[in-house]
Design a protein around this ligand. Structure first.
Ligand SMILES: NC(=O)c1ccc[n+]([C@@H]2O[C@H](COP(=O)([O-])OP(=O)(O)OC[C@H]3O[C@@H](n4cnc5c(N)ncnc54)[C@H](O)[C@@H]3O)[C@@H](O)[C@H]2O)c1
Length: 359
């Protein structure tokens, strides 16, 4: 299957109407832009509640340049989506009737469910909200697809590498038994189970995607990959717990999007139900990440800290299944993808500084 060149997938997407629920976020808008480029008709349903313009504007922790930079990222998302012809519907997917109206007007043939609080730390702080934003929205998607199984050939659910829990060996694959810990990971696992149950009971075509440690343009989620480059640019130290020996399967957004587009284009309809790890497929250390930042910002300060006792143990997610069934082949290493992202971030920081100085 790896012999299938990416651009030959286009004819499989041109007659598809793909609805991204929670699609105005970091992953969603990047996926929407690429699906539109590949010829699909793309609609986004989002209540603009998480990582949003309003949150960014009112959060007292956001300072001048940072606030302007994030505002630029968010506005750029909307301008790019508009220019690509992606329809944006402002709707809270927790409300069945409202989401039902979106389904009626957009008439999707595929639905990607990605609404969530996309951070384990934030989900722990607001467990009730985390369940609702992820599982009530998923319930509504599944309930709206159920009577339309003939018209909607695929529901894709954005799960997470956190369903695996602490890794016992160097790597996990899709047959590794999940041992999720905490609110976020357990909500993801419950979501996966719900999706599989609707598949076996009602014949939905389904796909579960497990990504890991993403980084990329216009993300404002403040994961370590963003915090590091921003700290470097503002003269703050990069904190390396345990010397930075923790390992994560860092993945550039372009690679994830390529894998998701393949999983949407190559899905075989109602008989098809698969789970895929879509990551770079090789865990790297936090110290490796810091080294790339230092190569872009040489004056970066590195500071070692003791390792937190309850730090999750992670590693590589095997992507053999996605390679074999989807022809997925990630291309962006930390030294290419993360470096490109850091250079972009530095330029965006200068842009925001000029805007602040001009005011
Ligand atoms: N970014 C990562 O590293 C990563 C890794 C693994 C899994 N995931 C999962 O992928 C998905 C997307 O992540 P992201 O990084 O793009 O997050 P994000 O916070 O950028 O986007 C999530 C979007 O969901 C929307 N949303 C939340 N509740 C909603 C509701 N009730 N109705 C409509 N829209 C709603 C938010 O407004 C936001 O635009 C999430 O499910 C996340 O858990 C992300």
């Amino acid at each position: 299957m790896s012999s299938i060149p990416y651009d030959t997938l286009r004819p499989k997407l041109t007659d598809q109407r793909i609805l991204l629920v929670g699609g105005a976020g970091f992953i969603g808008h990047n996926l929407a832009l690429e699906l539109a480029r590949m010829g699909a008709t793309v609609g986004i349903c989002d209540n603009l509640m998480v990582n949003s313009l309003i949150e960014n504007c009112y959060d007292p922790k956001r300072t001048g340049v940072q606030r302007v930079a994030y505002q630029n990222f968010l506005l750029d998302r909307f301008l790019m989506l508009r220019e690509s012809g992606v329809e944006l519907m402002n709707c809270d997917a927790r409300l069945l009737a409202d989401l039902g109206r979106v389904f009626e007007s957009f008439q999707p043939t595929k639905v990607v469910q990605m609404a969530a609080i996309a951070s384990a730390v934030d989900a722990k702080a607001e467990p009730g909200l985390a369940f609702d934003l992820q599982l009530i929205t998923l319930r509504n998607v599944l309930e709206l697809v159920r009577p339309k199984v003939k018209d909607i050939n695929q529901v894709m659910f954005m799960s997470s590498s956190t369903v695996y829990g602490d890794f016992e060996g160097d790597s996990v694959d899709e047959t590794t038994f999940p041992r999720p810990e905490g609110i976020y990971a357990n909500a993801k696992f419950m979501g996966e189970r719900l999706v599989r149950t609707y598949r076996t009971q009602y014949g939905l075509g389904t796909t579960v995607i497990r990504p890991s440690a993403l980084y990329g343009e216009r993300c404002i989620s403040r994961r370590v990959s963003q915090i590091f480059i921003e700290n470097a640019l503002t003269g703050k130290p990069l904190l390396l717990e345990g010397g930075g020996d923790g390992r994560l399967d860092f993945t550039y957004i372009n690679d994830l999007v390529q894998g998701m587009v393949r999983a949407l284009a190559l899905h075989r309809g109602h008989d098809d139900s698969s789970t895929f790890n879509i990551t770079f497929g090789n865990a790297r250390t936090i110290a490796d990440l810091a080294a790339v930042v230092k190569s872009v910002v040489p004056e970066t300060i590195l500071e070692e800290r003791p390792r937190a006792v309850d730090k999750p143990i992670r590693g590589t997610l095997s992507i053999d299944r996605a390679r074999e069934k989807l022809g997925f082949e990630p291309t962006w290493t930390l030294e290419t993808g993360y470096k490109q992202y850091c250079e972009w971030y530095a330029e965006q920081w200068r842009r925001a500084q000029h805007q602040v100085e001009a005011n």
